[in-house]
Design a protein around this ligand. Sequence first.
Ligand code: FAD
Ligand code: NAD
Length: 404
Amino acid sequence: MSKPKIVVLGAGYAGMMTTKRLTQKLSPEEAEIVLVNKHNYHFQTTWLHEVAAGTINQNQARIMISDVINPSRVNLIYDDVVEVKKDENRVVLANSEVTYDYLVISLGFETNTFGIKGMEKNAFSITDMDSSRMIREQIEYQFAKYSTDPNPKDEDLTVLVGGGGFTGIELVGELAEKIPELCKKYDIDQNKARIVNVEAAPRVLPGFDDKLVAYAKKSLGDRGVEFREGAKISECKKNSFVIGEGDDMEEIKAGTIVWTGGVTGSSVLSKSGFELTKGKVTVNGDMRAPGQENIFILGDCAWVMDEEAGKPFPPTAQAAMQHADTCSDNLKALLRHQPLKKFIFDDKGTVASLGETDAMGTVFNDNKLYSKPAVSMKKVIDNRYLFLLGGPKLVLKKGKLRMW
Ligand code: FAD
Ligand code: NAD
Protein backbone atom coordinates (compact mmCIF):
# COMPACT_ATOMS: atom_id res chain seq x y z
CA MET A 1 0.00 0.00 0.00
CA SER A 2 1.32 3.48 -0.84
CA LYS A 3 2.07 5.89 2.00
CA PRO A 4 -0.07 8.99 2.56
CA LYS A 5 1.52 12.02 0.90
CA ILE A 6 1.92 15.29 2.78
CA VAL A 7 2.73 18.29 0.58
CA VAL A 8 4.00 21.52 2.17
CA LEU A 9 3.82 24.67 0.00
CA GLY A 10 6.35 27.41 0.82
CA ALA A 11 9.63 27.15 2.72
CA GLY A 12 9.33 30.14 5.05
CA TYR A 13 9.16 29.97 8.84
CA ALA A 14 5.92 27.96 8.84
CA GLY A 15 6.82 25.62 5.96
CA MET A 16 10.38 24.93 7.08
CA MET A 17 9.41 24.25 10.69
CA THR A 18 6.44 22.07 9.68
CA THR A 19 8.66 19.99 7.40
CA LYS A 20 11.41 19.75 10.01
CA ARG A 21 8.92 18.71 12.71
CA LEU A 22 7.26 16.12 10.44
CA THR A 23 10.64 14.46 9.82
CA GLN A 24 11.13 14.34 13.60
CA LYS A 25 7.61 13.24 14.58
CA LEU A 26 6.81 10.69 11.85
CA SER A 27 8.67 7.56 10.86
CA PRO A 28 9.69 7.32 7.17
CA GLU A 29 7.11 4.51 6.74
CA GLU A 30 4.23 6.68 7.95
CA ALA A 31 4.19 9.31 5.21
CA GLU A 32 5.86 10.65 2.12
CA ILE A 33 6.77 14.32 2.61
CA VAL A 34 7.12 16.86 -0.21
CA LEU A 35 8.25 20.48 0.20
CA VAL A 36 7.61 22.89 -2.67
CA ASN A 37 9.33 26.29 -2.77
CA LYS A 38 10.06 28.94 -5.38
CA HIS A 39 13.81 28.86 -4.71
CA ASN A 40 16.32 26.25 -3.55
CA TYR A 41 16.99 28.47 -0.53
CA HIS A 42 15.02 29.56 2.52
CA PHE A 43 15.40 33.22 3.45
CA GLN A 44 15.02 34.86 6.83
CA THR A 45 12.19 37.30 6.15
CA THR A 46 12.87 38.93 9.52
CA TRP A 47 16.28 40.06 8.24
CA LEU A 48 15.14 41.44 4.90
CA HIS A 49 15.26 45.08 6.08
CA GLU A 50 18.98 44.52 6.67
CA VAL A 51 19.41 43.09 3.17
CA ALA A 52 17.46 46.08 1.81
CA ALA A 53 19.65 48.62 3.59
CA GLY A 54 22.82 46.68 2.80
CA THR A 55 23.86 46.32 6.44
CA ILE A 56 24.05 42.53 6.28
CA ASN A 57 25.73 40.22 3.80
CA GLN A 58 22.76 38.86 1.83
CA ASN A 59 24.12 35.31 2.07
CA GLN A 60 23.76 35.40 5.84
CA ALA A 61 19.98 35.73 5.41
CA ARG A 62 19.84 32.79 3.00
CA ILE A 63 19.98 29.08 3.88
CA MET A 64 20.11 26.32 1.27
CA ILE A 65 17.04 24.16 2.00
CA SER A 66 18.94 20.90 1.42
CA ASP A 67 21.43 21.93 4.14
CA VAL A 68 18.72 21.69 6.81
CA ILE A 69 16.08 19.37 5.33
CA ASN A 70 17.34 15.91 4.41
CA PRO A 71 16.58 15.42 0.67
CA SER A 72 16.59 11.64 1.05
CA ARG A 73 13.73 11.98 3.53
CA VAL A 74 11.81 14.88 1.95
CA ASN A 75 11.16 15.29 -1.76
CA LEU A 76 12.26 18.88 -2.49
CA ILE A 77 10.61 20.57 -5.48
CA TYR A 78 11.80 24.04 -6.53
CA ASP A 79 8.96 25.58 -8.52
CA ASP A 80 6.30 28.29 -8.38
CA VAL A 81 2.92 27.33 -6.92
CA VAL A 82 0.20 28.60 -9.24
CA GLU A 83 -3.05 27.17 -7.89
CA VAL A 84 -4.47 24.55 -5.55
CA LYS A 85 -7.21 22.41 -7.11
CA LYS A 86 -8.69 21.41 -3.80
CA ASP A 87 -11.50 19.29 -5.25
CA GLU A 88 -8.90 17.16 -7.04
CA ASN A 89 -6.20 17.06 -4.29
CA ARG A 90 -3.75 18.53 -6.80
CA VAL A 91 -1.43 21.53 -6.88
CA VAL A 92 -0.61 23.22 -10.17
CA LEU A 93 3.01 24.39 -10.34
CA ALA A 94 4.56 26.56 -13.05
CA ASN A 95 6.41 23.62 -14.57
CA SER A 96 4.64 20.52 -13.29
CA GLU A 97 2.03 19.45 -10.76
CA VAL A 98 1.88 17.51 -7.52
CA THR A 99 -0.91 15.51 -5.91
CA TYR A 100 -1.47 15.22 -2.16
CA ASP A 101 -3.39 13.45 0.56
CA TYR A 102 -2.67 16.24 3.05
CA LEU A 103 -1.73 19.80 2.14
CA VAL A 104 -0.05 22.56 4.15
CA ILE A 105 -0.29 26.04 2.61
CA SER A 106 2.43 28.30 4.00
CA LEU A 107 3.16 30.63 1.10
CA GLY A 108 3.64 33.72 3.25
CA PHE A 109 2.71 37.31 2.49
CA GLU A 110 2.53 39.73 -0.40
CA THR A 111 2.73 43.51 -0.24
CA ASN A 112 -0.61 45.28 0.14
CA THR A 113 -0.71 48.72 -1.44
CA PHE A 114 -4.45 49.19 -0.71
CA GLY A 115 -4.89 50.44 -4.28
CA ILE A 116 -2.91 53.64 -3.59
CA LYS A 117 -2.34 55.28 -6.97
CA GLY A 118 1.14 54.59 -8.40
CA MET A 119 2.38 52.66 -5.35
CA GLU A 120 2.81 49.28 -7.01
CA LYS A 121 4.56 50.81 -10.01
CA ASN A 122 6.79 53.39 -8.35
CA ALA A 123 7.74 52.10 -4.90
CA PHE A 124 10.06 49.30 -3.92
CA SER A 125 8.87 46.82 -1.31
CA ILE A 126 10.43 44.31 1.05
CA THR A 127 8.96 40.92 0.21
CA ASP A 128 11.81 38.57 -0.65
CA MET A 129 15.55 38.46 -1.32
CA ASP A 130 15.25 39.87 -4.83
CA SER A 131 12.99 42.81 -3.95
CA SER A 132 15.19 43.65 -0.94
CA ARG A 133 18.41 43.52 -2.97
CA MET A 134 16.87 45.95 -5.45
CA ILE A 135 16.41 48.53 -2.69
CA ARG A 136 20.06 48.23 -1.67
CA GLU A 137 21.16 48.63 -5.32
CA GLN A 138 18.87 51.62 -5.89
CA ILE A 139 20.16 53.51 -2.84
CA GLU A 140 23.79 52.88 -3.73
CA TYR A 141 23.14 53.87 -7.35
CA GLN A 142 21.62 57.19 -6.23
CA PHE A 143 24.68 57.99 -4.12
CA ALA A 144 27.15 56.95 -6.83
CA LYS A 145 25.23 58.98 -9.44
CA TYR A 146 25.12 62.06 -7.20
CA SER A 147 28.88 62.05 -6.73
CA THR A 148 29.56 62.08 -10.50
CA ASP A 149 26.59 64.15 -11.74
CA PRO A 150 27.59 67.67 -12.90
CA ASN A 151 24.16 68.94 -11.76
CA PRO A 152 23.32 66.74 -8.78
CA LYS A 153 19.91 66.98 -7.12
CA ASP A 154 19.97 66.75 -3.31
CA GLU A 155 16.54 65.11 -3.27
CA ASP A 156 18.06 62.03 -4.95
CA LEU A 157 19.81 61.39 -1.64
CA THR A 158 16.49 61.11 0.21
CA VAL A 159 15.14 57.67 1.11
CA LEU A 160 11.41 57.81 1.71
CA VAL A 161 9.81 54.96 3.66
CA GLY A 162 5.99 54.80 3.56
CA GLY A 163 4.45 53.10 6.59
CA GLY A 164 5.71 53.28 10.16
CA GLY A 165 4.85 49.77 11.33
CA PHE A 166 7.62 47.45 12.54
CA THR A 167 9.01 46.87 9.04
CA GLY A 168 9.25 50.61 8.30
CA ILE A 169 10.83 51.38 11.68
CA GLU A 170 13.34 48.53 11.44
CA LEU A 171 14.25 49.64 7.92
CA VAL A 172 14.91 53.28 8.87
CA GLY A 173 17.00 51.98 11.78
CA GLU A 174 19.29 50.15 9.33
CA LEU A 175 19.34 53.14 6.99
CA ALA A 176 20.45 55.38 9.87
CA GLU A 177 23.62 53.27 9.96
CA LYS A 178 24.09 52.73 6.24
CA ILE A 179 23.54 56.25 4.88
CA PRO A 180 26.48 57.85 6.78
CA GLU A 181 28.65 55.01 5.43
CA LEU A 182 27.54 55.75 1.87
CA CYS A 183 28.17 59.48 2.39
CA LYS A 184 31.73 58.71 3.41
CA LYS A 185 32.22 56.27 0.54
CA TYR A 186 31.04 58.78 -2.09
CA ASP A 187 32.42 61.98 -0.41
CA ILE A 188 28.96 63.43 0.12
CA ASP A 189 28.08 65.95 2.85
CA GLN A 190 25.94 63.94 5.30
CA ASN A 191 23.58 66.88 5.85
CA LYS A 192 22.34 66.47 2.29
CA ALA A 193 21.04 62.92 2.77
CA ARG A 194 17.62 62.40 4.38
CA ILE A 195 15.72 59.39 5.72
CA VAL A 196 12.01 60.15 6.03
CA ASN A 197 9.39 57.82 7.49
CA VAL A 198 5.76 58.64 6.67
CA GLU A 199 2.95 57.19 8.81
CA ALA A 200 -0.81 57.75 8.45
CA ALA A 201 -1.68 57.10 12.11
CA PRO A 202 -1.11 59.86 14.72
CA ARG A 203 2.15 58.14 15.64
CA VAL A 204 4.43 55.41 14.31
CA LEU A 205 4.00 51.83 15.60
CA PRO A 206 0.29 52.34 16.27
CA GLY A 207 -0.96 50.27 19.20
CA PHE A 208 2.52 49.59 20.58
CA ASP A 209 3.66 50.69 24.06
CA ASP A 210 3.99 54.53 24.31
CA LYS A 211 7.27 54.50 26.24
CA LEU A 212 8.94 52.10 23.83
CA VAL A 213 7.75 54.09 20.82
CA ALA A 214 9.06 57.31 22.37
CA TYR A 215 12.41 55.58 22.95
CA ALA A 216 12.55 54.35 19.34
CA LYS A 217 11.69 57.77 17.94
CA LYS A 218 14.34 59.50 20.03
CA SER A 219 17.00 56.94 19.15
CA LEU A 220 16.24 57.18 15.44
CA GLY A 221 15.67 60.96 15.52
CA ASP A 222 19.07 61.49 17.14
CA ARG A 223 20.59 59.64 14.19
CA GLY A 224 18.84 61.84 11.64
CA VAL A 225 15.61 59.97 10.85
CA GLU A 226 12.70 62.35 10.18
CA PHE A 227 9.15 61.28 11.04
CA ARG A 228 5.99 62.51 9.35
CA GLU A 229 3.12 61.22 11.50
CA GLY A 230 -0.60 61.65 10.85
CA ALA A 231 0.43 61.86 7.19
CA LYS A 232 -1.61 59.60 4.91
CA ILE A 233 0.02 58.85 1.57
CA SER A 234 -2.55 59.31 -1.18
CA GLU A 235 -0.33 58.72 -4.21
CA CYS A 236 3.14 57.55 -5.13
CA LYS A 237 4.68 59.25 -8.15
CA LYS A 238 7.93 58.22 -9.87
CA ASN A 239 10.02 60.25 -7.42
CA SER A 240 7.68 61.33 -4.63
CA PHE A 241 4.92 60.60 -2.16
CA VAL A 242 1.83 62.76 -2.21
CA ILE A 243 0.51 63.27 1.30
CA GLY A 244 -3.04 64.36 2.02
CA GLU A 245 -5.52 65.69 -0.51
CA GLY A 246 -6.92 68.96 -1.88
CA ASP A 247 -5.60 72.17 -0.27
CA ASP A 248 -3.66 70.17 2.34
CA MET A 249 -1.74 68.25 -0.30
CA GLU A 250 2.04 68.05 -0.01
CA GLU A 251 4.68 66.29 -2.08
CA ILE A 252 7.94 64.83 -0.69
CA LYS A 253 10.54 64.01 -3.31
CA ALA A 254 13.14 61.26 -3.07
CA GLY A 255 15.57 59.17 -5.08
CA THR A 256 14.45 55.95 -3.38
CA ILE A 257 10.92 55.15 -2.29
CA VAL A 258 10.03 52.07 -0.25
CA TRP A 259 6.50 51.01 0.70
CA THR A 260 6.23 49.23 4.06
CA GLY A 261 2.56 50.10 4.56
CA GLY A 262 1.04 46.64 4.84
CA VAL A 263 0.93 43.00 3.88
CA THR A 264 -1.67 40.41 2.93
CA GLY A 265 -1.73 36.64 2.30
CA SER A 266 -0.41 34.93 -0.85
CA SER A 267 -2.54 35.53 -3.95
CA VAL A 268 -2.50 31.75 -4.54
CA LEU A 269 -5.28 31.60 -1.90
CA SER A 270 -7.71 33.67 -3.94
CA LYS A 271 -6.73 31.95 -7.20
CA SER A 272 -7.55 28.65 -5.52
CA GLY A 273 -11.05 29.74 -4.49
CA PHE A 274 -10.62 29.89 -0.71
CA GLU A 275 -13.01 32.17 1.15
CA LEU A 276 -10.89 35.07 2.38
CA THR A 277 -10.82 37.61 5.21
CA LYS A 278 -8.58 40.50 4.12
CA GLY A 279 -6.62 38.19 1.81
CA LYS A 280 -6.22 35.35 4.32
CA VAL A 281 -8.11 32.19 5.27
CA THR A 282 -9.85 32.24 8.64
CA VAL A 283 -8.70 28.90 9.96
CA ASN A 284 -10.43 26.55 12.38
CA GLY A 285 -8.93 26.10 15.84
CA ASP A 286 -6.86 23.15 14.57
CA MET A 287 -5.33 25.33 11.77
CA ARG A 288 -7.34 23.64 9.00
CA ALA A 289 -9.26 25.58 6.35
CA PRO A 290 -13.02 25.54 6.98
CA GLY A 291 -14.68 22.58 5.26
CA GLN A 292 -11.29 21.13 4.23
CA GLU A 293 -10.41 18.05 6.29
CA ASN A 294 -6.98 17.69 4.70
CA ILE A 295 -5.76 21.28 4.19
CA PHE A 296 -3.86 23.31 6.80
CA ILE A 297 -3.19 27.03 6.34
CA LEU A 298 -0.29 28.53 8.27
CA GLY A 299 1.79 31.67 8.81
CA ASP A 300 0.89 34.87 7.01
CA CYS A 301 -1.73 33.03 4.92
CA ALA A 302 -3.81 32.30 8.04
CA TRP A 303 -6.24 34.64 9.76
CA VAL A 304 -6.14 33.45 13.37
CA MET A 305 -8.51 35.16 15.77
CA ASP A 306 -7.46 36.23 19.23
CA GLU A 307 -10.85 35.55 20.81
CA GLU A 308 -10.02 37.51 23.98
CA ALA A 309 -8.97 40.66 22.13
CA GLY A 310 -11.62 40.25 19.40
CA LYS A 311 -9.04 40.82 16.65
CA PRO A 312 -6.62 38.65 14.70
CA PHE A 313 -3.11 37.92 15.98
CA PRO A 314 -0.55 39.93 14.02
CA PRO A 315 1.23 37.99 11.29
CA THR A 316 4.68 37.22 12.70
CA ALA A 317 7.45 34.67 12.37
CA GLN A 318 6.88 33.85 16.02
CA ALA A 319 3.25 32.88 15.29
CA ALA A 320 4.18 31.07 12.03
CA MET A 321 6.56 28.79 13.93
CA GLN A 322 3.92 28.01 16.52
CA HIS A 323 1.39 27.25 13.76
CA ALA A 324 3.96 24.76 12.43
CA ASP A 325 4.11 22.96 15.79
CA THR A 326 0.32 22.61 15.97
CA CYS A 327 0.06 21.58 12.32
CA SER A 328 2.74 18.89 12.54
CA ASP A 329 1.16 17.50 15.72
CA ASN A 330 -2.24 17.47 14.02
CA LEU A 331 -0.93 15.76 10.88
CA LYS A 332 0.55 13.08 13.08
CA ALA A 333 -2.79 12.77 14.90
CA LEU A 334 -4.69 12.46 11.60
CA LEU A 335 -2.35 9.70 10.38
CA ARG A 336 -2.69 7.86 13.69
CA HIS A 337 -6.47 8.43 14.01
CA GLN A 338 -6.09 10.45 17.20
CA PRO A 339 -7.87 13.66 18.26
CA LEU A 340 -6.54 16.96 16.92
CA LYS A 341 -5.34 19.77 19.18
CA LYS A 342 -6.30 23.42 19.20
CA PHE A 343 -3.79 26.16 18.39
CA ILE A 344 -3.00 28.32 21.40
CA PHE A 345 -0.72 31.31 20.80
CA ASP A 346 2.06 31.71 23.34
CA ASP A 347 3.04 35.39 23.07
CA LYS A 348 6.73 35.67 23.90
CA GLY A 349 6.79 39.43 23.20
CA THR A 350 8.05 41.70 20.42
CA VAL A 351 11.55 43.08 20.01
CA ALA A 352 12.39 45.47 17.18
CA SER A 353 15.86 46.43 16.00
CA LEU A 354 16.72 50.11 15.55
CA GLY A 355 19.83 49.45 13.51
CA GLU A 356 22.66 47.19 14.62
CA THR A 357 23.39 49.13 17.78
CA ASP A 358 19.98 49.72 19.32
CA ALA A 359 16.66 47.95 19.84
CA MET A 360 13.58 47.98 22.06
CA GLY A 361 10.68 45.74 22.89
CA THR A 362 8.78 43.63 25.35
CA VAL A 363 9.50 40.11 26.47
CA PHE A 364 7.74 37.65 28.78
CA ASN A 365 4.66 39.37 30.23
CA ASP A 366 5.37 42.88 28.98
CA ASN A 367 8.82 43.39 30.51
CA LYS A 368 10.33 46.32 28.65
CA LEU A 369 13.80 46.11 27.17
CA TYR A 370 15.84 48.96 25.74
CA SER A 371 19.29 49.46 24.26
CA LYS A 372 21.98 46.75 24.66
CA PRO A 373 19.80 44.19 26.51
CA ALA A 374 17.22 44.53 23.72
CA VAL A 375 19.93 44.19 21.03
CA SER A 376 21.14 40.99 22.69
CA MET A 377 17.61 39.64 23.13
CA LYS A 378 16.87 40.23 19.44
CA LYS A 379 19.96 38.21 18.53
CA VAL A 380 18.99 35.45 20.96
CA ILE A 381 15.57 35.25 19.26
CA ASP A 382 17.18 35.07 15.80
CA ASN A 383 19.75 32.48 16.88
CA ARG A 384 17.09 30.39 18.62
CA TYR A 385 15.27 30.01 15.33
CA LEU A 386 18.45 28.90 13.59
CA PHE A 387 19.07 26.43 16.40
CA LEU A 388 15.58 24.92 16.06
CA LEU A 389 16.03 24.64 12.30
CA GLY A 390 19.58 23.40 11.97
CA GLY A 391 21.13 22.93 15.42
CA PRO A 392 24.38 24.53 16.63
CA LYS A 393 26.04 24.06 13.22
CA LEU A 394 23.56 26.44 11.59
CA VAL A 395 23.88 28.96 14.44
CA LEU A 396 27.65 29.01 13.93
CA LYS A 397 27.29 29.31 10.15
CA LYS A 398 24.50 31.90 9.87
CA GLY A 399 23.89 33.20 13.38
CA LYS A 400 24.41 36.66 14.84
CA LEU A 401 27.18 35.86 17.25
CA ARG A 402 28.35 39.33 18.29
CA MET A 403 25.84 40.07 21.03
CA TRP A 404 26.07 43.92 20.89
P1 FAD B 1 7.42 33.53 4.68
O1 FAD B 1 8.47 33.51 5.71
O2 FAD B 1 7.18 34.80 3.94
O3 FAD B 1 7.74 32.38 3.63
C1 FAD B 1 6.97 32.10 2.51
C2 FAD B 1 7.76 31.19 1.58
O4 FAD B 1 6.94 30.80 0.48
C3 FAD B 1 9.00 31.86 0.98
O5 FAD B 1 10.07 30.98 0.99
C4 FAD B 1 8.57 32.16 -0.45
O6 FAD B 1 9.65 32.20 -1.38
C5 FAD B 1 7.64 31.01 -0.74
N1 FAD B 1 6.65 31.30 -1.76
C6 FAD B 1 5.82 32.37 -1.81
N2 FAD B 1 5.02 32.30 -2.88
C7 FAD B 1 5.36 31.16 -3.52
C8 FAD B 1 4.85 30.51 -4.69
N3 FAD B 1 3.84 31.02 -5.40
N4 FAD B 1 5.41 29.34 -5.05
C9 FAD B 1 6.44 28.80 -4.33
N5 FAD B 1 6.92 29.35 -3.22
C10 FAD B 1 6.39 30.52 -2.81
N6 FAD B 1 8.08 38.60 12.64
C11 FAD B 1 8.55 38.33 13.88
O7 FAD B 1 7.97 37.50 14.61
N7 FAD B 1 9.68 38.92 14.37
C12 FAD B 1 10.40 39.79 13.62
O8 FAD B 1 11.41 40.33 14.08
C13 FAD B 1 9.95 40.10 12.31
N8 FAD B 1 10.65 40.94 11.52
C14 FAD B 1 10.25 41.17 10.24
C15 FAD B 1 11.02 42.01 9.43
C16 FAD B 1 10.63 42.26 8.13
C17 FAD B 1 11.50 43.14 7.26
C18 FAD B 1 9.44 41.68 7.62
C19 FAD B 1 9.02 41.95 6.19
C20 FAD B 1 8.65 40.87 8.42
C21 FAD B 1 9.05 40.59 9.73
N9 FAD B 1 8.30 39.75 10.56
C22 FAD B 1 8.75 39.47 11.83
C23 FAD B 1 7.10 39.07 10.06
C24 FAD B 1 7.50 37.65 9.58
O9 FAD B 1 8.64 37.72 8.77
C25 FAD B 1 6.38 36.96 8.82
O10 FAD B 1 5.23 36.95 9.63
C26 FAD B 1 6.81 35.52 8.50
O11 FAD B 1 7.85 35.56 7.54
C27 FAD B 1 5.66 34.68 7.97
O12 FAD B 1 6.14 33.38 7.77
P2 FAD B 1 5.54 32.46 6.64
O13 FAD B 1 6.17 31.13 6.79
O14 FAD B 1 4.07 32.57 6.62
O15 FAD B 1 6.01 33.14 5.26
P1 NAD C 1 1.91 46.87 9.38
O1 NAD C 1 0.59 46.65 8.75
O2 NAD C 1 2.11 46.39 10.74
O3 NAD C 1 2.29 48.42 9.34
C1 NAD C 1 2.00 49.23 8.23
C2 NAD C 1 1.97 50.69 8.65
O4 NAD C 1 1.72 51.49 7.50
C3 NAD C 1 0.86 51.00 9.66
O5 NAD C 1 1.40 51.70 10.75
C4 NAD C 1 -0.13 51.83 8.85
O6 NAD C 1 -0.81 52.79 9.64
C5 NAD C 1 0.79 52.48 7.82
N1 NAD C 1 0.07 52.90 6.60
C6 NAD C 1 -0.87 52.19 5.92
N2 NAD C 1 -1.35 52.93 4.89
C7 NAD C 1 -0.69 54.11 4.92
C8 NAD C 1 -0.75 55.28 4.11
N3 NAD C 1 -1.58 55.38 3.07
N4 NAD C 1 0.08 56.31 4.41
C9 NAD C 1 0.95 56.23 5.46
N5 NAD C 1 1.02 55.15 6.26
C10 NAD C 1 0.22 54.09 6.00
O7 NAD C 1 2.98 46.20 8.36
P2 NAD C 1 4.50 45.81 8.61
O8 NAD C 1 5.21 46.86 9.37
O9 NAD C 1 5.04 45.41 7.29
O10 NAD C 1 4.40 44.52 9.55
C11 NAD C 1 3.79 43.32 9.05
C12 NAD C 1 3.79 42.27 10.15
O11 NAD C 1 5.14 41.86 10.41
C13 NAD C 1 3.22 42.79 11.46
O12 NAD C 1 2.48 41.77 12.07
C14 NAD C 1 4.44 43.09 12.29
O13 NAD C 1 4.20 42.92 13.68
C15 NAD C 1 5.42 42.04 11.79
N6 NAD C 1 6.80 42.52 11.98
C16 NAD C 1 7.35 42.31 13.21
C17 NAD C 1 8.63 42.78 13.45
C18 NAD C 1 9.23 42.52 14.81
O14 NAD C 1 8.62 41.82 15.61
N7 NAD C 1 10.41 43.03 15.11
C19 NAD C 1 9.33 43.47 12.47
C20 NAD C 1 8.72 43.69 11.21
C21 NAD C 1 7.44 43.20 11.00
